[in-house]
Write a new protein. Structure first.
Length: 204
């Protein structure tokens, strides 16, 4: 299947998940993310960029991941999307940040305290599904493809999905980004060879 077909298919799958199951599945992903966090040098990183959930699309509840990272004294940034320029502004987020929902159903900070993109160490990238090579299907606007190009080269890219990865996305292009780590409700997938070599010595 191509990206358009996969996007439609997995959005439909996601919307069938009840709110009770969504909470359970989000916590299962958080549990796997904690294993990554404590098993790899990611726990030494300071700045984490993470998307806020679009509730109408039944996205993973990233607020629980943010709460965990804040409990570990990490700095959190969240995106503010400029739909005119198809770009992302990197904004500081903490427990005092006031949010509003824009016309697309996306949470965004009311007061935008901009943080340099160069500071981001780890980025959680929204997606519907990823494949066994680490390619992803997102919303198709290219926001994060452009955003990643502005980040430092060794940034750790993490994707999270409620679904097991498919074998292969067929319409991949040269500019498509690869995630380093994929997390589902029951498994962790490592696509970056340098990171994989570290995890080979650890039981996840």
């Amino acid at each position: 299947m191509n990206k358009k077909e996969l996007r439609k298919k997995y959005l439909s799958y996601r919307k069938r998940i009840s709110q009770e199951k969504l909470i359970v599945k989000s916590h299962e992903i958080l549990s796997k993310m904690k294993k990554v966090f404590f098993s790899y040098k990611i726990f030494q990183k300071k700045y984490y960029h993470i998307f806020l959930p679009i509730q109408k699309n039944n996205e993973i509840n990233t607020f629980i991941i943010i709460d965990f990272l804040l409990s570990q004294k990490k700095y959190i940034t969240v995106p503010y999307s400029n739909f005119n320029q198809l770009s992302i502004v990197n904004c500081c987020f903490d427990k005092n940040t006031l949010l509003k929902v824009n016309r697309y159903g996306i949470y965004e900070p009311i007061y935008k305290h901009i943080v340099s993109i160069s500071l981001i160490d780890v980025i959680f990238i929204p997606l519907f599904i990823f494949d066994m090579r680490g390619y992803r299907v997102g919303y198709g606007k290219g926001f994060y493809d452009r955003f990643i190009n502005l980040c430092k080269k060794d940034i750790i890219k993490i994707g999270m999905s409620f679904f097991h990865p498919i074998k292969k996305i067929i319409d991949i292009h040269d500019h498509d980004l690869l995630i380093d780590i994929g997390i589902t409700t029951n498994k962790i997938f490592i696509f970056n060879k340098k990171i994989l070599n570290h995890f080979n010595t650890i039981k996840l």
